[in-house]
Design a protein around this ligand. Structure first.
Ligand SMILES: Nc1ncnc2c1ncn2[C@@H]1O[C@H](COP(=O)(O)OP(=O)(O)OP(=O)(O)O)[C@@H](O)[C@H]1O
Ligand SMILES: [Mg+2]
Length: 344
């Protein structure tokens, strides 16, 4: 089974309005949809839809936590969220039905988690990793969870012989590197923040446990050669992947939206672009990429297969309107067309 961890899970609420959001006015909502969300939950949903055995873990509490669990039951996604006294956050996305204003988001910070609740989660995780082939640790940390939580969990999984994939931002990702996760998959902005160069983190980090990135990777990739900067695309994500491995990750995949992704994997620098740009909802595309990469970790697949599957599956996720869903026709169309370029 692949275990996903979503410590700051959410009940994603989508409001559709006939026009855009106008500050200082009342809006009549045309339709309301609710589903369980958060990055690890999205990844679990994709894995379940592929028929892959999965278990979604995390923290959930209050009425919205109960709704989150019920929605996962209805969707057929096996889960075992650790109960907390606080109330699971909601993320509200207001969609303008006319299409002109796009999506306006309201993200709650997440409930305060007590030390006892965090220890309860660690105990549940320790039991679940015994049967796991891979674990996915994804998204932000709620208030009260230690800043080095991912390093802690990666260490517990490694102790049980289970590889970890970490998909996180800034400080949470940087702290995870010290525990040497098998694979990390940030997008380029998140990788920049983890390496200490981007603008400050979002509202979710609590500033604890900021580790220096050690320069001691075992499977280091060569510096970007002339081919790495070809085709008019910036070489930046390539050097980010290389530096994440130098910082402690076994392998690093850095995604760059419609440009695709780059990887430093087994001492090689690889780049993969989608065969065509898909229009749709790119939120959750990275979570679908993580699903493909987790399957590759669980099965020990070679990097070419892992990365081409990740690019096809994430493009299929863009084509499906809701995060965590994939369009099967787009997946079948694109998968045979994806080509991996070796830039080593
Ligand atoms: N418009 C698009 N068309 C085709 N493929 C896309 C498009 N946008 C993204 N992708 C694919 O999805 C992958 C992940 O996208 P992105 O880098 O935006 O992830 P992300 O920022 O981590 O997303 P999220 O965290 O919301 O899931 C990319 O590497 C690319 O292969
Ligand atoms: Mg992402």
């Amino acid at each position: 089974v692949i275990v996903t961890v979503t410590l700051n899970a959410a009940l994603d609420v989508t409001y559709v309005t006939p026009g855009g959001v106008r500050p200082g006015t009342t809006h009549r909502i045309r339709s309301v949809a609710q589903r369980a969300g958060g990055k690890g939950v999205n990844t679990a949903r994709v894995l379940a839809s592929l028929g892959e055995p999965v278990l979604a873990l995390g923290l959930a509490g209050g009425a919205s936590g109960a709704e989150l669990r019920a929605e996962l039951d209805a969707a057929g996604v096996p889960h075992g969220f650790t109960p907390i006294a606080g109330t699971t956050r909601r993320t509200v996305a207001v969609v303008d039905a006319s299409g002109t204003d796009g999506v306006t988001g309201f993200w709650e910070p997440g409930p305060q988690v007590t030390g006892e609740e965090w220890q309860g989660f660690r105990a549940d995780f320790r039991v679940a990793v015994r049967d796991a082939r891979a674990v996915v640790l994804a998204g932000s940390l709620p208030p009260g969870v230690p800043g080095d939580a991912y390093a802690d969990l990666v260490g517990m999984a490694s102790g049980a012989g289970v590889p970890s994939l970490v998909d996180a931002d800034g400080d949470a990702l940087r702290a995870a590197l010290s525990a040497r996760p098998a694979l990390v998959k940030p997008n380029a902005e998140e990788a920049l923040r983890a390496l200490g160069e981007g603008p400050a983190n979002g509202p979710h980090h609590d500033g604890a446990s900021v580790h220096q990135v050690p320069a001691t990777g075992e499977h280091g990739c060569p510096a970007d050669g002339p081919r790495a900067s070809g085709r008019g695309s910036s070489p930046l994500p390539l050097s980010l992947a290389r530096r994440l491995v130098a910082g402690g990750a076994g392998s690093a995949v850095v995604s760059a939206g419609a440009r695709g992704l780059v990887a430093c994997w087994g001492g090689r620098l690889l780049a993969v672009a989608p065969p065509r740009v898909i229009s749709g909802n790119a939120t959750g595309a990275g979570d679908a990429a993580s699903a493909a990469l987790a399957v590759a970790l669980a099965r020990g697949l070679p990097p070419e297969e892992a990365l081409s599957r990740a690019v096809a599956l994430s493009a299929a996720a863009v084509a499906a309107p809701l995060a965590g869903d994939v369009d099967g026709d787009v997946l079948a169309e694109l998968e045979p067309l994806v080509a991996v370029r070796d830039l080593t």
